[in-house]
Ligand binder design. Structure first.
Ligand code: NDP
Length: 329
């Protein structure tokens, strides 16, 4: 069974590929350049004794029409993780975020309609496509919600472009399936902030993906003040990878979206874990004023059967240990 993983050079994509290989699937990964192919192959070879399980397709820009036409030929499933992640401000949000997110998602679905062997497409969406502000409803968020606030804010003021990109892209996927009725079905995985060891190719701590960089910057004291307003939800990348694979193997995942999240965290909580486990270093000061609300992950347990989530402290400690080992910091 071969699974196409788009964005296999990315933080989550690389872990999804690792999990697939470890469960005996063959993986075809999409990367933007031949150099990335060799870097990702080197990482993934650690997780299989069968190098033939790994192959690649070059997709230079996911937003180009028909970008995935060649990559999808002969695969049984698709896991679409590729999408730009910029949590800070961007110069041209439409070009940098919205277009690749939306056109990439529609494009891969469109390419998949040309290949009858494809049974399911799992799309990496986000909690950001569900809710912008977790305090709006104190009971937490669920798979029934859409982050229409972000779409409105983006359309009106050009802000909230990352959550808007995830919301518009995911909605476009569900509309595609409703309108085109393809022979495959889809499911979405909607993770909260993802942390945990980074295994993907990465030249330096400065080049880490957006979320692991938050932890790295705290550990390296590049961030000297915590953000008092920061309160969000977290999940370990290894659980996110398992969720994606379950979303292709569990029949009942068909046509469902899944919040994948283990609870809430604050910057203050990150610092507390760092101080306890990596003492004797300078760390950011300040305290959290934001309130955190529960996240409802019950569907990931009851339908996907995700089982136990990795706890916060282990996730942070493993993240830092991976950074220390890789970058000698
Ligand atoms: P990364 O930045 O590490 O990975 C993004 C991947 O997408 C990379 O492989 C990147 O390629 C590829 N990509 C981005 N834009 C393009 C493009 N225009 N053309 C081709 N490839 C492109 O981030 P993550 O692993 O964190 O994110 C993966 C997915 O998970 C995204 O869909 C993101 O929205 C989602 N997500 C992430 C969360 C998190 O906390 N990290 C939380 C919830 C959802 P390259 O390596 O060449 O840059």
């Amino acid at each position: 069974t071969t699974v196409l993983v788009s964005g296999v050079s990315g933080y989550i994509g690389c872990h999804v590929a690792r999990e697939l290989l470890q469960q005996g699937f063959s993986v075809r990964g999409t990367v933007r350049s031949p150099e990335k192919t060799e870097q990702v192959r080197e990482v993934l070879l650690q997780f299989t004794t069968y190098p033939a399980q790994i192959s690649f397709a070059i997709v230079k820009d996911i937003g180009e029409p028909s970008a995935f036409d060649e990559a999808v030929v002969g695969v049984d499933y698709i896991i679409h993780t590729a999408s730009p992640v910029h949590l800070g401000p961007v110069t041209d949000a439409k070009r940098e975020l919205i277009d690749p997110a939306v056109n990439g998602t529609i494009g891969i679905l469109n390419s998949a309609t040309k290949v009858p062997s494809i049974r399911r497409v799992v799309i990496t969406s986000s909690v950001a496509a569900i809710r912008g502000n977790t305090s709006i409803l104190p009971e937490g968020l669920s798979e029934l919600d859409w982050n229409s606030d972000a779409v409105e804010a983006f359309e009106k003021d050009g802000i909230a472009s990352y959550p808007a990109s995830k919301t518009i892209a995911e909605q476009a996927a569900w509309n595609f399936v409703r309108d085109k009725k393809p022979s495959f079905d889809i499911a979405t995985i909607n993770p909260s902030f993802v942390f945990g060891p980074a295994i993907h190719p990465c030249a330096s701590t400065a080049a880490l993906n957006a979320t692991v960089k938050i932890i790295s910057d705290f550990y390296l004291f590049n961030t000297t003040q915590i953000n008092p307003a920061s309160a969000a939800h977290y999940v370990d990348v290894r659980d996110v990878a398992r969720a994606h694979v379950l979303a292709i193997t569990v029949p009942a995942a068909s046509g469902q979206r899944f919040v994948v999240s283990n609870g809430s965290f604050t910057h203050e909580a990150i610092i507390a874990v760092l101080k306890k486990n990596f003492p004797g270093r300078p760390y950011a000061t300040g305290s959290t004023t934001a309130t955190v609300y529960p996240v409802l992950n019950s569907k990931s347990l009851s339908v996907l059967g995700l089982g136990e989530y990795i706890p916060f402290e282990k996730m942070i400690v493993d993240t830092v240990n991976s950074i220390k080992a890789r970058f000698n910091v």
